[in-house]
Ligand binder design. Sequence first.
Ligand code: C2G
Length: 132
Amino acid sequence: MTRVLTFGTFDVFHVGHVNVLLRAANLGDHLTVGVSSDELNMSKKGRYPVYREEHRLAIVKNLACVDDVFVEESLELKGEYIKKFRADVLVMGDDWAGKFDHYSDQCEVVYLPRTPEVSTTDIIQSIKERLD
Ligand code: C2G
C-alpha cells in the first residue's frame, strides 16, 4: 500500500486543484491532504483565504480521490506530517520545485506541473473586474 501526502490552501477551489489531487492520488493507493490553516495563509501570503478553513477542508475531504484531510499549521512541520501519516510519497506542485528535496531521506518527493492558465488570484481578479 503506497501512501501519498500533499499540501495546499485550495482557496476558491478550481480545476487546477482537482487536477493535482487526481494526479497525486494516482501515484499511490491512499491520499492524505494537508489543508493550510487560515493563520498559515495570513503569515505566508499576508491575507486570509476567501474560503475559510473549515469550508476548504470540507470541499477537499469530500472529493472521491481524497482519503484523509488535516489542517496544516506550519510549513516547517512537513517532516512530522510525513512521519505521522506514514507517507511514502510527498507530492507538491512545481511552483515548489526543489523546495522540499531534503525530505527525500524520509520519502519519495515528486513535483507535478501546474495546470496552466488557472489560479485563485486570477479568478478573484476576474470577479472584481466584472463588478467594476
Ligand atoms: N495547483 C496546480 N495548478 C494550478 C493551481 C494550483 O497544480 N493552476 C496546485 C499547486 O501546485 C498546489 C495545489 O494545487 O500543489 C494547491 O495550490 P495552492 O492552494 O495555491 O497551495 P499553496 O498555497 O501553494 O499551499 O505546504 C505548502 C502549502 O500548503 C501549499
